[in-house]
Design a protein around this ligand. Structure first.
Ligand code: CP
Length: 326
C-alpha cells in the first residue's frame, strides 16, 4: 500500500490488517512507555486546507507516538492566501524533507491528484476531501464497531477483536448522506468487512444514484427502525457550510423526521451503539440524551482515531514484511 486515498482501495485483508495493527497501537498507547521509536527521523506533514479538530490533532498525536517529527500546515495564515498554488505548496514541503503528507482539502479528488502529480514522491493520506472520502474515519468507525460487536470495551486496550471482520452486523448511517465523505468511505469499508449498510435520510440529502450503492436505502427513519435491529446507528452532521442557503433544511422539521430524538433513542434495542463522527450539532441531528448516554461511543471513536492513524502511518511508512520494506 503506497497511499491511503479511498476505502475502495482496501481489500478485506488490508482492512483487517490495519485494524489489527491499530489494536497493537491501542495497547501501546496505554502502556507506561507511550512512544514507539519506529518513525524516529521521519517527518509527517499535516496539510489542512479545511478546518478540523479530531482528524488533525489525532494525526499529530499518532505521528508523535511513533516518534516522528510533525509539521502542521494550515492554509489559513499561510502563503496560500497570497495565491501560492497547490503545486508550489507541495514542492515546498518536498524541499523541507516531508516523508508523508496528510491532506484535508475541500476539493474532492485532491489527495489523488497529489499522489499522481509527481510534485512530491511520498505516501499521501486522505484526511477528508470535499464530499468524496474520509478513509481513516471509516477505519476508526470499523475499529469501534468491531470492538462493540465483540462485546469488548469500545476503546483502550482489549484482547479478542484481532482477525475478525464485521460479518453479520447491520449499521444505519443517517442524515446528510449527500455531503458526507464519512458515509461514502463507510459504505465501501463496511461492505468490504461484511456488514450490511442501511442509509436513511431525506430525498433532498441523498446523492444521485444512491439506489445503485451497496446499501439499503430508506427515506423514512421510523420505517427503517421498524425493519432492522441495528448494531449501530451512525448519525451524520448536517453540513450547512456545503449547502446553498436556499437548500437549508428546516431545523425543526429535520429534527422531527431525521433526528435521533429522545423518543427514537429510547425505542432502540439495548445493544445498539450510538455513533457520530463529530462535530455534533446537538439538538439538531442528535439529542443530548443519546449523545451523552452510556451507549454512545462517540468519544471512543475519537480515542480509536489515534490508534488507527498510528496504524496507517506505520503501514505506509514502514510497509509490511511481504512488501520487504522496513
Ligand atoms: N470527524 C472529523 O473529521 O472531525 P474533524 O472535522 O474535527 O476532523
Amino acid at each position: 500500500m503506497r497511499h491511503l486515498l479511498s476505502t475502495t482501495d482496501l481489500t478485506r485483508d488490508d482492512a483487517v490488517d490495519l485494524l489489527d495493527v491499530a489494536e497493537e497501537m491501542a495497547q501501546v498507547s496505554e502502556r507506561e512507555v507511550k512512544k514507539l521509536p519506529v518513525l524516529r527521523g521521519r517527518t509527517v506533514v499535516n496539510l489542512f486546507f479545511e478546518d478540523s479538530t479530531r482528524t488533525r490533532l489525532s494525526f499529530e498525536a499518532a505521528a508523535k507516538r511513533l516518534s516522528a517529527d510533525v509539521i502542521n500546515f494550515s492554509a489559513k495564515g499561510s502563503s496560500v492566501s497570497k495565491g501560492e498554488s497547490l503545486q508550489d505548496t507541495m514542492q515546498t514541503l518536498a524541499a523541507m524533507g516531508a516523508d508523508a503528507v496528510v491532506v484535508r482539502h475541500a476539493g474532492s479528488g485532491t489527495p489523488h491528484r497529489l499522489a499522481t502529480s509527481g510534485w512530491i514522491d511520498v505516501p499521501i493520506l486522505n484526511a477528508g476531501d470535499g464530499t468524496h472520502e474520509h478513509p481513516t474515519q471509516a477505519l476508526l468507525d470499523s475499529f469501534t464497531l468491531r470492538r462493540v460487536r465483540g462485546g469488548l470495551p469500545a476503546s483502550g486496550p482489549a484482547e479478542g477483536a484481532r482477525g475478525t471482520d464485521l460479518a453479520g452486523s447491520t449499521v444505519a448511517i443517517v442524515g446528510d448522506i449527500l455531503h458526507s465523505r464519512v458515509a461514502r468511505s463507510n459504505v465501501h469499508l463496511l461492505n468490504t468487512l461484511g456488514a450490511q449498510v442501511v442509509l436513511i435520510g431525506p430525498p433532498t440529502l441523498m446523492p444521485w444514484g444512491v439506489e445503485e450503492w451497496p446499501a439499503e436505502v430508506f427515506y423514512d427513519y421510523d420505517d427503517a427502525l421498524a425493519a432492522h435491529e441495528f448494531d449501530a446507528v451512525m448519525m451524520l452532521r448536517v453540513q450547512l457550510e456545503r449547502m446553498h442557503q436556499s437548500f437549508f433544511p428546516n431545523p425543526r422539521e429535520y429534527t422531527r423526521l431525521w433526528g435521533l430524538t429522545p423518543q427514537r433513542y429510547r425505542a432502540l434495542p439495548g445493544h445498539t451503539a450510538i455513533m457520530h463522527p463529530g462535530p455534533m450539532n446537538r439538538g439538531f441531528e442528535i439529542c443530548a440524551e443519546a449523545a451523552d448516554s452510556p451507549r454512545a461511543v462517540v468519544l471512543s471513536q475519537v480515542a480509536n482515531g489515534v490508534a488507527v492513524r498510528m496504524a496507517a502511518l506505520y503501514r505506509l511508512l514502514m510497509g509490511t514484511e511481504s512488501e520487504g520494506r522496513s
